[in-house]
Design a protein around this ligand. Structure first.
Ligand code: ADP
Ligand code: MG
Length: 262
């Protein structure tokens, strides 16, 4: 830097393009019943491109049910959901939605009889009709991104839980989703494997992926979440920044919940 270089007059560009463009996810008054049980009671949410939204709340509050409605694993029975402008109405647009939305579960759900690379190339070759060679090249790139390229030809049972979960993330990314949903992705992992999965998720967040993450990993939430949603009894009762949530939760249930997990 020479003495004549101008002082920077504008802040550095944000590393992630956030809060631009129309919402990727719009949920309005979303309801879900299981028989007489009212699991979702009018959930409203908008998620903008590049936002990272962490969902927390007590067990049974509807967190899993809600994110499962977002890719129609569980159909909602009231209100409206659109994903990238596509209405989720059960009328033949499920394939389109599932291509847009990647999902990672607590249990990794890999196909046990397929190798790691085959797990990743299956959907792109069948659904997206990619050639085998292209799908494999991209699969290997994704495995490199999640740090386990050398495991490509092993079977899931030969991998640790952390490695299997990273394969599950790579498999979801192989479809080029616009949104990634995570439902307690580290809850089934031994403590020493949690970090390797969270590191992959942090990298994904920084790359600009739109993410909804059900997790109680507070470090992750503080580091990468734009927003925290607190669910209670089938509804969002707080929707705020991590700072505001941890320092000053508004809702009694959120206060009680935080006092237990912190
Ligand atoms: P969370 O993920 O917040 O722990 P869930 O979304 O899994 O909560 O569940 C919310 C409520 O809905 C719970 O009371 C649960 O028992 C009920 N529920 C979830 N799935 C089903 C189902 N398939 N059939 C009946 N009840 C269900
Ligand atoms: Mg759950």
């Amino acid at each position: 830097q020479g003495p004549l270089s101008p002082a920077p007059s504008v802040p550095a560009a944000s590393p992630r393009a956030r809060r631009e463009g129309p919402p990727i996810i719009q949920a309005q008054g979303v309801q879900k019943h299981f028989g007489s049980f009212h699991a979702l009671r009018g959930v409203n949410l908008e998620v903008l491109p590049g936002e990272v939204v962490v969902i927390i709340g007590p067990s049974g509050s509807g967190k899993s049910t809600f994110i499962r409605t977002l890719n129609a694993l569980d159909p909602h029975d009231g209100g409206q959901i659109t994903v990238d402008g596509i209405p989720l109405n059960g009328k033949g647009n499920l394939d389109a939605i599932r291509r847009e939305v990647g999902m990672v579960f607590q249990s990794f759900n890999l196909f046990p009889h397929l190798t790691v690379l085959e797990n990743i190339t299956l959907a792109p070759t069948r659904v997206r009709r990619a050639s085998k060679a292209d799908a494999e090249k991209r699969g290997l790139d994704l495995l490199r991104r999640v740090g386990i390229e050398e495991q490509a030809h092993k079977y899931p049972a030969q991998l640790s839980g952390g490695q299997q979960q990273r394969v599950a993330i790579a498999r979801a990314l192989a479809m080029d989703p616009k949104v990634m949903l995570f439902d307690e992705p580290t809850s089934a992992l031994d403590p020493e494997m949690i970090k390797e999965v969270l590191d992959v998720m942090k990298e994904l967040a920084r790359s600009g992926m739109t993410m909804l993450v059900v997790t109680h990993e507070m470090g992750f939430a503080r580091e990468v979440a734009d927003r925290i949603l607190f669910f209670d009894q089938g509804n969002v009762v707080e929707d705020t920044t991590p700072e505001a949530f941890y320092q000053n939760p508004q809702h009694d249930r959120a206060k009680a919940f935080l006092s237990k997990i912190l």
